[in-house]
Design a protein around this ligand. Structure first.
Ligand code: ASP
Ligand code: MG
Length: 410
């Protein structure tokens, strides 16, 4: 008997028919004699609506109000777990829902972006031992203070992987509306291919770079805890994509995929006084507000006494970031922000052992007349920031240049 965690995303539980379809998927595992823990998202669109309502009544300038934000936005999952438990019961399968506080799933107190600290498995185990399917809401937990908390948008993947890790599940299947991880976004790059295997590191880069396959933290956790994750479609029986160790994909290819993100904004500070510690002065106030800075370039001005610093932050933090800098002691001439930018990243574990892959990216973009605004690299990725209007052209050109095109789609 295996223990399987099945996670279904918002589009997989979008309406009652979808939830009945999920119940059938769960039944398949039960019929094979497996124990099943199901983790669910809210119905597609519901969390957006809840967030919208919260934002209509508050601007959350008082950070303490995020506890109430969480109380509102975690409710979508309560609806779907109850409905699925009902559908299962009416198919003759014993099942029950457990909300996060009933287990409990404990988190820290960073409301709206909390992290799971521990999961008490006692109730889950006894429920499973009674032969029940355990149905759990993703995305939510409870703090030490007894307040409901959410894990950040998309966080139910992380709930599922955390659950699989503590239960030492045999598999964690993440069901979604695509049948796996692709070499690029198939809606833009029609020649994108589905990958049968992808390494944790690669998918981590893809997720954090805006290829919205999986919540970043879920992949970090899967990698750390060795959880066997499969991404697959809840609407077809097609084989999905397995997340595997790097060695399993390294031999076969250099570049695995091309991801992009429209989630960043560019901020430029011009003529910053060029003295030691200047970067620390700028990034200190941002860190204090927990704003993630991603790409950074610094260029010394013509006079040598000042420097221009350009960096990117999440789009929704741009206001917060500009304010943090304006309220600090930093001396500069102008601060500019631009939201019409996109980040494109070429990703592949093969980069660790092959040279010339960055050059190919720069040349391909140059040939198309696309200007690169910021560059950043890691061991397995090269990212560039470009004007958003060139995003689609750049993705397709790079996909071809790195020989990723699906030959059958040509
Ligand atoms: N329902 C939450 C969201 O839309 C969590 C999730 O679906 O992963 O962000
Ligand atoms: Mg999701």
């Amino acid at each position: 008997m295996a223990l399987i965690v099945q996670k279904f995303g918002g589009t997989s539980v979008a309406d009652l028919d979808c939830i009945r379809n999920v119940a059938t998927r769960v039944k398949k595992e039960v019929d094979q004699g497996n124990q099943v823990v199901v983790v669910l998202s809210a119905m597609a669109g519901v969390t957006n609506q809840l967030v919208g309502w919260a934002n209509e009544v508050s601007d959350f300038s008082d950070h303490n109000q995020y506890a109430e934000y969480d109380t509102v936005v975690c409710t979508g999952e309560q609806v779907t777990v109850g409905l699925l438990a009902l559908c299962l019961q009416n198919m003759g399968i014993s099942a029950r829902s457990w909300l996060s506080w009933q287990l409990p799933i404990k988190t820290d107190s960073f409301h709206s972006k909390a992290r799971i600290e521990s999961i008490d498995t006692t109730n889950i185990r006894s429920s499973l031992d009674k032969g029940e399917v355990v149905v759990i809401p993703g995305f939510q937990g409870i703090t030490e203070e007894g307040r409901l908390a959410t894990l950040g948008r998309g966080g139910s993947d992380t709930s599922a992987v955390a659950m699989a890790a503590v239960l030492e599940a045999d598999r964690c299947d993440i069901y979604t509306d695509v049948d796996g991880v692709y070499t690029s976004d198939p809606r833009i790059v029609t020649k994108a291919r589905k990958l049968n295997k992808v390494s944790y590191e690669e998918v981590l880069e893809m997720a954090s770079l805006g290829a919205k396959v999986l919540h970043t933290r879920s992949v970090e956790m899967a990698m750390k805890c060795g959880v066997k994750v499969q991404v697959r479609s809840s609407f077809s029986d097609a084989q999905g994509t397995m997340l595997v160790e790097e060695e399993e994909v390294m031999e076969r290819r250099l570049i695995t995929g091309i991801a992009y993100s429209r989630n960043d904004a560019e901020i430029t500070l011009s003529k910053v006084e060029n003295i030691p510690g200047v970067a620390a002065h700028i990034f200190g106030p941002l860190a204090e507000r927990e704003i993630n800075v991603d790409m950074i370039v610094q260029s010394i001005g013509d006079d040598g006494n000042t420097t221009d610093i350009t960096f990117t932050v999440p789009k929704e933090e741009v206001h917060n970031a500009v304010e943090a800098i304006e309220n600090s002691q930093i001396k500069y001439d102008k601060i500019l922000s631009d939201k019409d930018v996109a980040k494109i990243s070429v990703i592949g574990v093969g980069m660790r052992s092959h040279a010339g892959l960055a050059q190919k990216m720069f040349q391909t973009l140059a040939d198309k007349g696309i200007n690169i605004r910021v560059i950043s690299t890691s061991e397995i990725k090269i990212s560039v920031l470009v004007s958003e209007e060139y995003l689609e052209l750049a993705l397709r050109a790079l996909h071809t240049a790195y020989d990723l095109d699906d030959k059958e789609a040509e």
